[in-house]
Design a protein around this ligand. Structure first.
Ligand SMILES: [Zn+2]
Length: 424
């Protein structure tokens, strides 16, 4: 096992894993395979006057359930601490996501023959970016999202929204007042939900007998194959395979009936379709079989990943150290959660990287949590022309390369950290 913690801490963490219960099936004896250390909350950027103050840190330990194959972190940071910064996220800011959502909605309308008699619900509906597509076609919808600012934006865009956390209680009330849902959409929410069974139980309550649930989340196999360990952080409680989703669904009287893969979306995303009963599309058996053959149902698959993660840290530190020894100047791109995980886990600080740039103006002028690397506007890359830029936002690689054409024409180089650190 590759664990970064000191021996005492390691023993304590292994004991924690042994005592923990699976977030999905409730089984004990979880297998701890990766410990990323005590990390600050990845979105908790600091103002200058906060740099000398206390900064809470939480262990980040990742475990595998041998009973249901779910990968999960062991820690629960209190939600009021965890999601404080997230209220700044509006789905409609991402053009790629808008296009993807529109295509999905069009497909659902056609395949399910949705019309004025139908009812579409979305869990974590954010600013209504998805449901707007149904409203435009006269299809009744309801969004459910606890974030008041986003819910208000959704309402303003004509998307009725319930400002609550979704679960069995809310599901029962919506069904009584508005009837069962023909389609329930839940995109990029399952990993953020500490009460996984409450989420799926609520879906099973609200769903019409012939309705479908459609869920999107990043795929644990893509995470591991591409060594995207920096997408593991405290806001993401679980990391899903088809096997884990299938077992979770069955426990609530639902079945996995279709799997679609979007390899370029957020480092690799799956769309799972659930229903009360089949028939199941051939993709279900194909994915479940492949996961078994590839070892996703076995702890050793995850332990090999942990060794590769350790290798990325070693190689990246060596590379940055060598460049710094040669007198090279280095900056970074992307002050998002995954960047925070990577630099804090790898121990990369202002001694390696003098500043990080980010397009989000709310972050400029602040400092990354833990490492305290200052955040600046992307124009700083041309003003300072550092020799290298560590690309923390690797999921926007092509977009960043296009934006930074001038920096590169002047001789600037990028360092892409995963799956293995390389200079491009
Ligand atoms: Zn389990």
């Amino acid at each position: 096992m590759t664990l970064s913690a000191a021996p005492d801490a390691r023993a304590a963490r292994e004991a924690l894993a042994a005592d923990a219960r699976c977030r999905s099936c409730g089984s004990g004896g979880l297998r701890l395979f990766l410990s990323l250390g005590d990390l600050p909350l990845p979105d908790a950027l600091l103002r200058e006057d906060q740099l000398d103050g206390p900064e809470p840190r939480f262990p980040l330990d990742v475990a595998f359930c041998r009973a249901c194959s779910l990968v999960q972190i062991l820690e629960d940071v209190p939600p009021e601490q965890l999601f404080v910064e997230n209220y700044l996220y509006f789905s409609s800011f991402s053009e790629g996501l808008l296009r993807h959502s529109r295509e999905h909605a069009e497909r659902l309308v056609e395949e399910r023959a949705l019309g004025p008699e139908s009812f579409v619900c979305e869990v974590a509906s954010n600013d209504g970016y998805m449901l707007r597509n149904f409203v435009e076609r006269g299809i009744p919808v309801l969004g459910i999202d606890p974030a008041p600012t986003q819910a208000a934006a959704a309402e303003a865009a004509g998307v009725p929204t319930l400002t609550e956390f979704f679960g069995p209680h809310v599901a029962r009330r919506v069904r009584e007042e508005q009837g069962p849902a023909d389609v329930i959409v839940a995109n990029n929410v399952m990993a953020h939900t500490p009460d996984l069974n409450g989420l799926v139980a609520g879906m099973a309550i609200l769903l019409a007998d012939d309705g479908i649930v459609t869920i999107e989340n990043t795929y644990v196999k893509d995470l591991i194959d591409h060594c995207e360990f920096d997408t593991i952080y405290h806001e993401h409680f679980c990391y899903f395979s088809c096997t884990a989703v299938d077992r979770l669904a069955r426990r609530h009287g639902l079945e996995l009936v279709r799997v679609d893969h979007f390899p370029d979306l957020q480092g690799g995303t799956l769309r799972w379709r659930l229903a009360r009963h089949g028939p199941a599309h051939e993709s279900v058996a194909r994915y479940l079989r492949a996961e078994e053959e590839d070892g996703l149902t076995d702890a050793s698959y995850y332990e090999r990943f942990a060794e590769r993660v350790e290798g990325v840290r070693r190689n990246l530190r060596a590379l940055l150290g060598d460049l710094a020894a040669d007198g090279a100047s280095i900056a970074a791109y992307g002050a998002a959660a995954k960047g925070s995980t990577l630099v804090n886990y790898a121990g990369i600080g202002p001694q390696h990287v003098s500043f990080v740039v980010d397009r989000n103006e709310h972050k400029q002028g602040l400092f990354m949590p833990g490492t305290h690397i200052p955040v600046r506007h992307p124009d700083a890359l041309l003003e300072e022309q550092p020799d290298y830029v560590l690309l923390l936002a690797w999921n926007y690689r092509d977009e960043v390369m296009r934006q930074q054409a001038e920096y590169r024409e002047r001789g600037g180089k990028f360092i892409v950290p995963v799956p293995t650190p390389e200079v491009v």
